[in-house]
Each structure stands twice: as C-alpha cells, then as structure tokens.
Ligand binder design. Structure first.
Ligand code: THG
Length: 798
C-alpha cells in the first residue's frame, strides 16, 4: 500500500538514464497546414483539432513524424481538449473514449516505429520513444467563486478525467500528462480521476502534472509555484512541472524554485516566447537558438529533468535542444522536502521559524458563540471577517469547525465555509470535524493543502483507517490525538504508547510520511481543581517531549485554550500563553489558539507568570485558588480597541479603501453620508433634491468608485493583487453601485448596454472570455456570449 505500483514504468526508467525531451507544438503545427472544414469532417467539427485523429489523421501523423524525425523522446497525443466538457461544444461528448483511444493508438504506432534500434557509430543503439497522453483543462474553474465557472463538483470533474484517461490507457500511452492547468483544484480532481482509471483498467502508469503560470509567477486564480508543489507533490504523481503561457524567460524563477525544492523530477515545456499579436495572428517570437539555450541552462543550472516545447515551437527548436543536451544524465533530486501546508495561493512551512505555527481557533461553531450564530444565519461575509481578523493577529492557519446541533447539514455548511475562506484568506485550512463526509467535502472543495483535525483510536482503528486513506488520496496532513479504546491518555507513557500505535498504522499501513502526522498530546482544563487532573499539564508537556524524541520527523500541536476552560475570560490568556511557552520548549511545533490572546513569554508580567507556572506545574496545593483570586482583584483591562484603519478617514477615502481591501461592510452608510438628501422609507418627492442627489451620485461614481477600481486593476497588472482578490473588489464595487443607483435618476428605456463577446474560433480554452463575461454581468450589462464554435477569426489564442 505504501509504494505506488506501475504496470509500465519504462518512461521513469528512461528518465533515470538521461534528461528526456518532449515534442513541440501540436496546435500551431496543425494550423500551418491550412486545413479546411472538409479535413475536420464538416462544418460541424471545423476547428476541432482533437477530431482530426478521426477525420484526417494524416495531419496529426505529419506533426508527430516531424518531431520524431529530429529525435524527441516523447510525443504527446492530440487529445488536449478531448474531455467530455470541452467536446460538448462539438456534440462529441459521447465519443470521448473513442477520440482518446484513437489518438493514443496513432501516437503509439509512430512511437514504436521510431523506437526500433538504430545503428549509430557501428553500435546498435536503442532509442525508446514514449507516448504521453495529453490532458488539458476542462475550461471550468472549480475553485472560483463565480457560479457559472465553478458549477462542477470535484467528483464530476474527477469522472470527466477518469473517462479521458481510460481512452488514453486503452490506446497504449506510456504516461498521463495533465498540462496547461489553470486551477489547482482541477489538477487534484484530474489526478483522482486518473487513479480511478488505473484501478478500473488495472494498468498503472506514471503521471506528470504541469501547471501554467502567468508572467507574475501565479496560476490564473493566484496559486504560486510553492503552493502548487506543496499541494501536488504528495498526490501520487511522478513528475511536476510548468508548461505553456510564457516563454522560458518568465519561467526562470519558478523553475529554479521547483528545481531546488521538488523531490520529484521537474519538467519545463515553455512556449516559443510570449505570443505577440501581429495583424490578428498569434506569433510566437522566440527563435530556436535562444529557446534551446534557455532550456539547456535550466537543465544544467536548476536540475530540470524533462524539457520540450509548447505553443509555437517547431522541430527546429527541438532539434537544437536535443543536439545541445546529448545524453545528459538525469540529475539527483532532494530527498526530503520541508513539510508544508498551502492555501489556494501560497504555502507555509508547517514548522514556522520562530515557532509555533499558530492555528486560529475562532472559526469554530463549538468554540465561539459568534461564529455559531453567523453560521446559522449563513452570513459568510462576516465569517470571512472573523477569519481575516485572526490572520491580521498573526494566525498562520485557521481551524474550521461547522458542527451545530441545530442543523443536520454540517457537510453543506463546511463546503460553503471552505469555499468562501479559500478564496478570501491566504492561509491554509485545518478541517476540524469528527464526520467523515464533512472531512471529505472539505478536502474536495479546498484547493490548498489542508491539515485534518483529527483522528484517534477511541473506537479502534476502523475510522482512523478511513481518515488516513482520505489524507493519502488528497495529500493532507493529519492531527492525531492520543486517545485509544481506553479514552484520552493521561500519563506521558500512555500518550507515547498510543502515539506509536497510530504511527504504525499511518506510516506503515497507509504510506503517510512521518511529517504528515501532527501529534496532539491533549490537555484537560486545570480550572476544576480535580485531583485527577492536577498533573495533566505536566503530563502533556512531557508527552510532547517523549513523542518528539521517539518518533523522528513527526510534528506536535496542542489546543492550548482547553487548559483554561472554565476560568474567567480575562484570566485565560496568561495561563494559555505560559503553557504554550513550556510546550514549545518541549518541542511543540503548532498550537490552536486565539491569536489575539497570545502574549510572548517575556511580555507576561512576572507575577502572572509565577501564578500560572505554579498552576501548570502543580507546585502548591493552593495554586488554583491563588490564580483565581488574583484575577478577581484585577478587573479585565479593556482590550485595547483594535485599531480600525478607516477610523480617521473621510467617507470618500473609506469607500476607496473598502473597494481596494475587499470589505463590503457599511458601504451603504458611507454613500448615504455623502448624499445631500439620503433615502427615507417614503422616498424623495422633491425633484430638485433628487437632482442634487443624482449629481452627487455621479460625482462619487466618477471620482471615488471608478478610480478605486482602476487602482485595483493597476495593482493586478503590476502583479501585486491576485485574480480572486480583484473579483472580490469587483463585488464590493457591485454592492456600492447597487446602493448608489438609488440616487441615480433612471432614464426610461436606456440600459447600461448589451455586450456581445466571443473569442477566436476554436480557442483552446476560453477562460479569459468567461471572466470578462462575469465581470460585465456583475456590472449590469447584458452579455451575449458566443461559443467558440462560432467562426470569426483565424488564429489560436492562448
Ligand atoms: N485539539 C485539537 N483540536 C481542537 C482542540 C484540541 N479543536 C477545538 C478546540 N480543542 C480548540 N479550539 C477552541 C476554540 C475555542 C475555545 C477553546 C478551544 C474557547 N472558546 C471560549 C469558550 O468556550 O469559553 C469562547 C466562547 C465564545 O467566544 O463564545 O475557549 O484540543 N486537535
């Protein structure tokens, strides 16, 4: 169970011998053949490159041969778009398996033809050629907030790619290649679908995944390369890399990062430069020489194992590259990665330096009345505010628990909260639930790398087995509690004993890595004074020490606030902070805390420190009594009012700030404070007053709102903001404008306008168009959206 199995690993074996070279562009190489509707099998399929393997395979064969002739090691099947969702545009959704199988057979036949041993310098040299089954994106963006783009579930997507993989496997490919990926959640679904196809066919092949970054180094929805690596590396794949989008130059930094940090071999398959628009044609400007030079440099400098060409690269590009590389050996990879968690956007080390990694505890329906109320009201915007506030106070990750007895649908609540938070806060999520279905939906909704909270052996190992299986499938880390059939372990020795048992199950039976395990040695509250628990803090601290010493590589976390349950609220932070300090001395890596209430150990007043340490270390029988009495005399100091950045701003500045910082709260009131005659329930009768309002509203729109949105756009252009944040700013804008419209006099029969939008004919993916559509529709335009099968242009846009 621990090792992946392969029924054909020839590709990986070859990779151990030398750096492998993929072929060049399929799309642009087909385009220069000036194919007609007839070649495509009629008007209905005109422009559907993937259908050519049936309607006119000669065109595809020609491209494959052109690359095999110059000596590439791997050719890609012409199946980039051959999935059920994209093929629906041509009515080909029910021929997906046939398309993929046919394309794979074609490539297989040619690869085998060119694999025959050739004689070179009198010695017969075998040059195996491989077929990579190309799997491009579906055009959906499952992690986006947009209802149209994301209206597909993880399971549906996994099934779409399972089906495509079945066809490719039947056609005899050597590996599956997920490429040009825009949305990391879609990649996870594709990997899951491919694993299903393996089980179904009993054919197990290597998987290579390649994401596409823009010139700022992020995927379309903001995922950077460190996050992509953290999320994908443990998902049962064999190669990770980048392709398409830009030329090699813009890939340099992310490729360096992958080359230095990935434990898996790294691939780099760029375009021949960033496309230029020359007279309406996409032109890829990078000549073979600089292209080959750059990739050669990546191989030698950054330990890249696989190179090749994407859009615009010709046999000439590849030939030069092959000549330069010769039979360079495959470079060594780092063996151990720094364990990381990831949000949808970036990765964090699970071991923060300085420690600990703080996990915010406030998004917990059982631990916060406010969160519970917001959850019952389904006020997700306010939930996002709670999350953000914790991050502002220094939380590195957020614990999320949606268990409420008042509602039966924890699954749906968890799904919605995870979706909201993943695109709204840039920290990894810790999924806190006892229910397997809730856990599963969270893992299928979160694009990032999550930490599961938690499992244990209270009812034996059956449930833990299921949790570890999910963790392995989704590459999540797991908090494991020192609880067994006898309940919560109370002594340090018992905590270690349970920890060892769990380790054996997780690591030896399920193939998790030690660093995927985060031990929680648990603590009871010290507030009861119960004789049975007076030493429980000491046992927890020593339990952490023993576990860290005896199980190398594992991590430790603690729900620190449990210790002070039942004490007066203002008495809790000091005790928690002192406990946290001593646990860290014992090796604690993470802590679930209220980050606003944690004080650095040196900043705790000596008197409070001593009282807390007396209690934690059970130094005197009256320690609890003294602790409680001290806080009875000290009244709760008013928590210094959290400084509100908008406090001293004018309403105009505040609106600008809210649009830029994505805060929806109170924009209506800000507008009203600027309008000469704010709305009353009765409406405004006086025409003159209405006109004054109208003029002011127009001024606000032109001098406040539009400049704010422009700044958002400029920051996006400069790479300072990521796309999801831009869309959230647009939402604040939409809400503000909706209120402003109350003051704008409407002229009968005039609308904001109708916009017809389309992309170039047969565009390989129309995500850009769909985003524009969403933004226009949000701003009150009627949008007529033409599908990619409508003719209008010639070139292939990327
Ligand atoms: N280990 C692990 N996970 C955990 C815990 C743990 N998850 C839940 C909990 N323990 C950690 N989270 C909290 C959250 C809130 C509080 C304590 C621990 C808390 N809340 C206040 C109270 O209940 O009095 C505030 C209530 C309110 O604001 O309404 O103390 O140990 N792995």
């Amino acid at each position: 169970m621990t090792e992946r199995k392969y029924t054909n690993r020839k590709y990986l074996d070859a990779l151990e011998q030398k750096v492998l070279v993929f072929d060049g562009a399929m799309g642009t190489s087909l385009q220069v053949q000036n194919l007609t509707a007839e070649h495509f099998g009629g008007e209905q399929y005109n422009g559907c490159n993937d259908y050519l393997v049936i309607s006119y395979p000669e065109a595809v064969e020609k491209v494959h041969r052109s690359f095999l002739e110059v000596g590439v090691d791997v050719i890609e099947t012409n199946t980039f778009r051959s999935n059920r969702i994209t093929m629906k545009e041509y009515g080909l959704q029910d021929r997906v398996v046939e398309l993929n199988e046919t394309a794979a057979r074609l490539a297989r036949r040619l690869a085998d033809e060119y694999s025959t041993p050739i004689t070179n310098h009198q010695l017969p040299v075998s040059h195996p050629r491989f077929v990579a089954g190309s799997i491009g994106p579906s055009g959906k963006l499952p992690s986006a907030n947009d209802p149209d783009l994301s209206n597909v579930s993880f399971d549906e997507l996994a099934d779409v790619f399972r089906e495509q993989a079945i066809g490719l496997i039947r056609g005899g490919v050597d590996l599956l290649l997920i490429e040009t990926s825009q949305d990391i959640l879609e990649v996870k679904a594709a990997i899951t679908g491919i694993h299903k196809a393996f089980d179904e066919t009993q054919v197990y092949l290597p998987i290579q995944t390649q994401v596409t970054l823009d010139t700022t180094g992020r995927m379309l929805l903001g995922t950077d390369v460190n996050a992509a690596l953290a999320i994908l590396e443990g998902m049962g794949i064999d190669v990770i890399g980048l392709n398409c989008s830009t030329g090699p130059e813009h890939m340099r930094e992310p490729i360096r990062i992958l080359g230095e940090n990935s434990t898996l071999p790294v691939s780099c398959i760029p375009n021949a430069g960033l496309p230029l628009n020359v007279d309406g044609q996409a032109v890829y400007p990078l000549e073979p020489e600089p292209f080959a030079n750059d990739l050669y440099e990546f191989v030698t400098k950054y330990n890249i194992s696989i190179v090749g060409g994407c859009c615009g690269t010709t046999p000439e590009h590849l030939k030069l590259l092959i000549d330069k590389l010769g039979t360079r050996p495959h470079p060594e990879r780092p063996h151990q990665a720094d364990p990381k968690l990831a949000s949808a956007m970036s990765a964090i080390s699970m071991r923060q330096n300085p420690p600990p990694t703080l996990i915010g505890e406030r998004c917990n329906a059982q631990g916060s009345r406010k969160f519970k109320r917001l959850l019952l009201e389904e006020d997700y915007d306010s939930i996002l505010e709670i999350a953000r506030e914790q991050v502002e106070y220094g939380a590195h990750a957020l614990d999320i628990s949606c268990a409420v007895t008042e509602r039966p649908d924890e699954v749906e609540l968890m799904r919605k909260v995870v979706k909201k938070l993943e695109m709204g806060v840039d920290v990894p999520l810790v999924v806190d639930t006892t229910e397997l279905d809730v856990l599963e939906i969270a893992l299928k909704t979160a694009p990032g790398r999550c930490l599961i909270n938690s499992t244990h052996l209270e009812a034996g190992r059956t449930k833990a087995d299921k949790v570890f299986k999910l963790a392995k499938e989704h590459n999540a880390a797991v908090i494991v509690l020192t609880i067994d059939e006898g309940g919560m372990a109370k002594t340090r020795e018992k905590k270690l004993e349970v920890a060892k048992r769990i380790y054996d199950i997780a690591v030896n039976d399920h193939g998790l890595k030690p660093q995927d395990l985060v031990y929680d040695a648990l603590t009871f509250t010290l507030a009861t004074g119960d004789e049975e628990f007076v030493n429980s803090a000491i046992e927890t601290i020593e339990g952490i020490r023993l576990i860290k010493q005896n199980l190398p590589g594992v991590m430790a976390s603690l729900g620190v606030s449990n210790l002070s349950f039942g004490l007066a609220p203002h008495a809790r932070p000091a005790l928690n902070s002192v406990m946290l300090y001593h646990c860290m001395q014992a090796g604690l890596d993470m802590a679930i805390v209220n980050p606003a209430h944690i004080t650095a150990y040196p900043d705790i007043p000596p008197e409070e420190k001593e009282l807390a340490e007396d209690l934690i270390f059970n130094k005197r029988p009256d320690a609890l009594q003294r602790y409680i009495e001290y806080y009875e005399t000290v009244t709760p100091t008013e928590q210094a009012a959290a400084s509100n950045p908008t406090e001293s701003m004018t309403a105009e500045q505040r609106l600008h700030w809210k649009i830029l910082h994505r805060h929806k709260d109170g924009v209506e009131a800000d507008i009203d404070s600027l309008i000469p005659y704010p709305l009353t329930p009765e409406g405004i009768e006086d025409r003159g007053k209405r006109e004054e309002n109208h003029l002011k509203a127009v001024t606000i729109l032109n001098t406040v709102l539009l400049p704010a949105m422009k700044e958002v756009g400029d920051k996006f252009g400069a790479g300072e903001l990521i796309l999801p944040f831009v869309l959230q700013s647009a939402e604040v804008m939409k809400k503000t404008v909706a209120h402003l419209e109350n003051y704008l006099e409407k002229v009968e029969g005039v609308t904001k306008g109708t916009v017809v939008i389309a992309t170039v004919y047969g565009d390989v993916h129309d995500i850009g168009k769909n985003l524009v559509k969403t933004i226009l529709a949000n701003n009150g335009y009627t949008v007529i959206d033409l599908p990619v099968t409508i003719s209008g242009g010639e070139d292939e846009a990327v």
